[in-house]
Design a protein around this ligand. Structure first.
Ligand code: MG
Length: 260
């Protein structure tokens, strides 16, 4: 089902999105060498609870999993790119950390992810990976407009990632979002323009380019959740929830300005 939200529901989505964006920025600021991934999960639960929101991940139990995720945030380190399950690991300077967060507030969900390097100057490979996903996300966003198609977004994302020299894996990608976290339509990270589902005012989409340095193949970690690059190479993932509005697309998961 493709959900079309009312203007009032989109307005609530703005609040959820600002919360998600704000929590991710707080977590980024707090994540330094020595920070434990389980600590990041605890901070996330606390920030979600303080806002009166609920986690979309805690009880998330897809058919392929052996039970609920049990954590409020995905933490992917270096070769870990998607569904990263937090575990007892202390971050080190130079680690590439991807954080993926979805919450439900006032009945509307929002989903976003950021990737960054712990400590000082990131290495060139990590910078290139992160930069490619951020540019792909910006291109996907620019291609989203009412009357367009999901394929326009997919094509824009895939073009940036391929031109940056990466193979694109389309097994996992963006998705519709609204009263629940995952729904139709799928928004793969590559595809053909003018194909796919029509974009309509009132749709919310989570757009999420991710990339691996030298492979398109994933392997599942021993925890049954964390998807890693098959070669052990570094990876990056960037995501925003957007709303299709009459004026084009609007990013909902930017952190709100302090005091706003
Ligand atoms: Mg998502």
């Amino acid at each position: 089902m493709i959900e079309i939200l009312s203007p009032a529901e989109v307005q609530r989505g703005r609040a959820t999105g600002a919360l998600v964006g704000g929590i991710l920025q707080t977590l980024k600021q707090r994540s330094v060498a020595g920070t434990n991934l389980l600590e990041i999960d605890r901070w996330t639960r606390q920030l979600i609870a303080e806002a009166g929101a609920t986690s979309c991940y805690l009880d998330y139990a897809p058919a392929w999993a052996d039970g609920p995720f049990g954590h409020a945030i995905c933490t992917g380190v270096n070769d870990g790119v998607l569904h990263g399950k937090p575990y007892d690991y202390r971050l080190a300077d130079g680690d590439l950390l991807s954080l993926d967060l979805a919450v439900l507030l006032d009945g509307i969900a929002a989903d976003a992810a950021i990737s960054f390097v712990i400590g000082g100057e990131p290495d060139p490979e990590s910078s290139a990976l992160i930069d490619a996903t951020e540019r792909a996300l910006a291109a996907g966003f620019a291609a989203a407009r009412p009357g367009g198609r999901t394929g326009d977004i997919s094509h824009a994302i895939g073009t940036v990632l391929r031109e940056a020299g990466y193979e694109v894996n389309t097994d996992y990608g963006g998705h519709g979002i609204g009263t629940v976290m995952h729904q139709e339509p799928p928004v793969p990270n590559d595809g053909r323009a003018s194909r796919g589902y029509e974009l309509r005012t009132g749709m919310l989409l989570a757009i999420e380019p991710w990339v691996m340095a030298d492979t398109a193949e994933l392997v599942t970690g021993d925890d049954g959740w964390t998807l890693r690059s098959a070669t052990g190479c570094r990876t990056a993932h960037t995501e925003h929830t957007i709303a299709i509005t009459e004026d084009g697309a609007e990013i909902l998961t930017l952190p709100s300005a302090p005091g706003s």
